[in-house]
Unconditional design. Structure first.
Length: 252
């Protein structure tokens, strides 16, 4: 009988001790506790030491650190009807612990699913060339769209980065041919512009030479000097028509 009383006394003493110990919670600097009183939201506590009344109160921890979400590969059809495979990474964090717990069942899963659908929706509004050349603008568009939709959940999407835009082999070959054709076009345009400029300069030079006989003779002497430096065995010296006329005495 005495032993039973002693055990009962020990139980009576230990129960309050366990209740008191269970009432104390420690939240780290990056954690907040959403406290419910009889099932109704009461307040957000933390960080530090938090006291919870057992049975009457319950607390849900929320991590406020930035999380990294790897969006799995998505099949996207661009605005110019090109099929590509795209994956991305999303950086987000909970800024309102109350909304993150009350407004959505699992904000991590909800953000992941929303990121996938938003990725397909936004990229479908852009052409393939824009996906490849204007990633910063597309990243900003996806981030802004996600942030607007997750604001009601107390989630802040800080950054979105496209990781890979994969094309099939046929499309890669088509893009390579297009790039080669573009390079050839630019080369032809540059060559044509050079020919046009050279023709203009020749025309201007011809006008100057036609107006000044001394300029023609100076050009003739310059040409002879260039020919004299040649290593060929036979050198033909052309004479201007004016000099031939003076030698032959023909003034016509």
């Amino acid at each position: 009988m005495i032993e039973i009383l002693e055990q009962s006394w020990i139980i009576v003493v230990l129960i309050p001790v366990f209740i008191i110990l269970y009432s104390f919670r420690i939240l780290r600097e990056y954690e907040r506790g959403v406290v419910f009183l009889l099932g109704r939201f009461w307040k957000v506590k933390g960080p530090g030491l938090v006291i919870i009344i057992p049975i009457l109160q319950q607390m849900v921890r929320v991590d406020l650190r930035t999380r990294v979400l790897d969006v799995p590969e998505q099949d996207v059809i661009s605005r110019d009807n090109v099929s590509v495979k795209v994956n991305a990474v999303v950086y987000f964090r909970a800024i309102d612990a109350q909304k993150a717990i009350i407004q959505v069942e699992d904000f991590m899963m909800a953000t992941s699913q929303l990121a996938q659908t938003t990725l397909r929706s936004v990229l479908g509004q852009h052409e393939l060339d824009e996906m490849l050349a204007e990633r910063e603008r597309i990243n900003a568009d996806i981030q802004r769209s996600l942030d607007e939709q997750t604001d009601a959940w107390g989630i802040k999407v800080s950054n979105v980065e496209l990781k890979h835009v994969d094309l099939d082999e046929n499309m890669i070959r088509a893009i390579a041919k297009q790039a080669e054709a573009e390079r050839l076009r630019r080369a032809k345009v540059i060559d044509a512009e050079g020919e046009f400029q050279a023709a203009e300069n020749f025309f201007k030079a011809a006008k100057v030479l036609a107006q000044q006989n001394e300029a023609i003779q100076l050009r003739y002497l310059t040409t002879l000097q260039a020919i004299a430096g040649d290593k060929s065995n036979t050198i033909v010296f052309p004479l201007p028509l004016e000099i031939m006329r003076q030698l032959t005495g023909n003034k016509s």
